[in-house]
Design a protein around this ligand. Structure first.
Ligand code: HSE
Length: 310
């Protein structure tokens, strides 16, 4: 069998406190693996999905990775090309770690590589976002963009996919704890109120602006003060058991700031270095463990590569 091309696409943390739907960063681990190979049978097919406990559809039109690949192939005029795809899920879904986004990002990079790289990586973004839209019904790139291009990414406009990489202070590390509680992004979006007060808007803008200035100036204290979500976190916290205890544990352990990763239930903390991240990760995990909730911790620098051939 021809070995094909294998791509690793990393998990990501969306929102990063004050940047609901417009800010996200990529982790080094975990991530999904996508394998594609040419086949003599015309058309695109998904031949294998592992790690999904049978929960993901094999029909390309209904699968985030499959749909993203189909949209890219359509754009390239290559829908007749015989291509087989394997999807190896290496992270839980419904976790707030951008699982569907990683599969979509990995799929477009893999297909693009297989066809001799007709597009630049950034040009693959619209197709990957369309794929992820299948999972939660909303069109936003705050998981897909970092998973695809890596780094801390600001999306000025989701409609125009006007995306910008932000600098990250040297040594910045994330601790992410994933409790075994499933929250579907769709449900976590449905609990949100359509309206925000003027005061909340002012505070949230201040925090988002402060975070960006802190990242540009490597000002860790400013980053810490700005990792503060006054709109979304208070509405979603009740979906995550022990959220405020976990957050307090991370801050007590020296994290700069802590909030919900994407739609949850994962919780992330940004830390000045890997040592603090290890300590914060252990403290966060302990809260869930003591509450008899199974959990996994990921300690990671900010992944600057995004989805890559491996
Ligand atoms: N920004 C999205 C949310 C990320 O919080 O709903 C999850 O898809």
């Amino acid at each position: 069998m021809n070995p094909g091309i294998k791509v690793f696409a990393p998990a990501s943390v969306a929102n990063v406190a004050a940047g609901f739907d417009i800010l996200g960063f990529a982790l080094e681990r975990p991530g999904d693996e996508i394998i594609v190979r040419l086949s003599e049978t015309p058309g695109f097919r998904i031949t294998q999905i592992t790690g999904a406990k049978g929960k993901l559809p094999m029909e390309p039109e209904k699968n985030t990775a499959g749909f993203a690949a189909l949209k890219l192939l359509e754009y390239l005029g290559e829908t007749g090309r015989g291509i087989e795809m394997e999807i190896h899920k290496k992270m839980p879904f419904g976790s707030g770690l951008g699982s569907s986004a990683a599969s979509a990002a990995g799929a477009v990079v893999a297909v693009n590589e297989l066809l001799g790289r007709p597009l630049e990586k950034r040009a693959l973004l619209p197709f990957a976002v369309l794929g992820e839209q299948i999972a939660d019904g909303a069109y936003h790139a705050d998981n897909v963009a970092p998973s695809l291009i890596g780094g801390m990414v600001l999306i000025r406009s989701n409609k125009d996919l006007d995306v910008h990489r932000l600098p990250v202070p040297k040594g910045l590390y994330a601790a992410v704890v994933h409790p075994q509680v499933e929250i579907l992004t769709k449900d976590a979006r449905n609990v949100l109120s359509d309206t925000v007060s003027l005061q909340q808007c002012i505070e949230q803008n201040g925090n988002l602006g402060g975070l960006i200035v802190g990242l540009y100036n490597s000002d860790l204290e400013l980053i810490g003060r700005s990792l503060n979500d006054v709109i979304i976190e208070p509405q979603r916290a009740r979906l995550i058991p022990h959220f405020y205890e976990v957050k307090a544990a991370a801050l007590d352990a020296g994290a700069l700031g802590c909030s919900i990763s994407g739609a949850g239930p994962s919780i992330f903390a940004l830390c000045a270095n890997s040592l603090v991240a290890e300590t914060a990760g252990k403290a966060m995990s302990k809260v869930f463990t003591e509450a008899k909730i199974g959990n996994q911790v990921f300690i990671s620098a900010i992944n600057q590569e995004g989805a890559t051939k491996c």
